[in-house]
Design a protein. Structure first.
Length: 393
């Protein structure tokens, strides 16, 4: 489905719907009326089959304790194998309310206060928070920015593990915010180092269906599954189908010992083993019928990205747009024209855009902003025009 048709069918006004992205501007940025391009969800309705499935369940009228259907598991398992070549078994699957919740749980299960946990910065800031807020030691190995294309620094990565006796590495694949879709050989090198030093890997693959260029390789199948027993994979339908409010995410664990420890924590400390009834209904419908919708969403994101790249290259070339391979989050570099401390004044106060600032993702993000492109073209056009007009004055 092309962008125009997708926007006509699924575009929706979200203001005054208790929406974090639009109605939370005053709380987050101190003012309303900004072009909201920050938090990572979409300004599009979920697939129509999801809405229909939820309506059918609501019409039944009873929302009591419920079993999890086999068809729910089958929908996800079939989706993963068809789109990513990952043959997930039902017995490996566990529930968590969200991928971030899953990271917090795993940090508490498999490390103790003071233990070191490694991340590759700049990276999604809840990764940092899951470490620091649980009293663990945050260790970072910065990605190398090679003319806008980010790469792992394998030597630094291994040195940081050895020097700090790192217990867990939190991988972002595809990477938020730099938009990389990691190649298998890149993941293989990283996983080899982690296995060598007995480092447990949390692989956050929540954006794994949103691929604009290249192919997502689930970390658990890298090198024919060589490292699968050392990985906990986290994913969800929330980014793929705009279902974050349904609070339903997947934990995939192939290692039986790790799985037992996770179950003990989930059933005792967290005391949460099952999710929201409507989350299960929505996820099953999305994975069963959502492929056409997803194609339209990706075409829309790609169209917005291509438009922004073209306009900025022609009219504001001093702002560099990082190549977007995966996610719907574009990473813009202002370092050649602005100081980091000037960004908020220019972007928010003059351009009237609400964004995620690069420094939120770590020191390596200074001078950058992250822009959410999963929105109707009109907002992208307005934001780009404001950037061009203000910065060219």
């Amino acid at each position: 489905m092309e962008q125009k048709l997708f926007e006509e069918k699924y575009g929706v006004e979200r203001l005054n719907t208790h929406c974090t992205k639009w109605d939370g501007l005053k709380e987050k940025f101190g003012e309303d009326g900004l072009i909201s391009m920050w938090v990572a969800d979409m300004d599009f309705k979920a697939p129509e089959q999801v809405i229909e499935a939820l309506q059918k369940r609501i019409e039944h009228g009873v929302f009591g304790y419920s079993l999890i259907s086999n068809s729910y598991y089958d929908s996800f398992i079939n989706w993963e194998e068809k789109r990513h070549g990952y043959k997930v078994k039902k017995e490996w699957i566990r529930y968590t309310p969200g991928v971030v919740s899953g990271i917090y749980w795993i940090v508490n299960i498999f490390t103790k206060p003071g233990d070191a946990i490694l991340v590759s910065m700049p990276v999604y800031y809840p990764f940092h928070n899951s470490v620091k807020e649980n009293g663990r030691k945050l260790v970072h190995s910065n990605l190398i920015n090679n003319n806008g294309r980010y790469e792992f620094d394998y030597e630094d990565f291994e040195n940081k593990i050895v020097e700090n006796d790192v217990k867990i590495y939190i991988l972002c694949s595809p990477h938020n915010p730099v938009g990389r879709v990691w190649k298998e050989e890149e993941l293989d090198k990283i996983m080899e180092i982690c296995q060598k030093h007995n480092v447990l890997v949390i692989s956050d693959e929540i954006h794994h269906d949103l691929i604009l260029e290249g192919k997502h390789i689930p970390t658990a199948i890298v090198n024919n599954g060589k490292y699968a027993k050392n990985i906990i994979t986290l994913t969800a339908p929330s980014k793929t189908f705009n279902l974050a409010g349904c609070k339903n995410s997947f934990v995939i664990i192939e290692n039986e010992d790790i799985l037992k420890k996770f179950d003990t924590y989930a059933n005792t400390v967290a005391r949460v083993s099952n999710g929201n009834l409507f989350g299960y209904v929505a996820a099953e419908a999305a994975y069963t019928y959502g492929e056409e919708w997803l194609s339209g969403a990706i075409a829309t994101i790609k169209g917005n990205y291509d438009y922004m790249v073209k306009e900025l290259a022609e009219k504001l070339p001093q702002v560099k747009v990082t190549p977007l391979e995966g996610t719907y989050l574009s990473w813009l570099d202002f370092n050649t024209c602005l100081k980091d401390e000037e960004l908020e004044e220019i972007i928010q106060n003059k351009c009237k855009i609400a964004v995620d600032y690069g420094r939120w993702f770590g020191e390596a993000g200074k001078g950058f902003i992250r822009i959410n492109l999963a929105t109707p073209r009109k907002y992208v056009e307005e934001a780009v025009k404001n950037l061009i007009d203000v910065l060219n004055k």
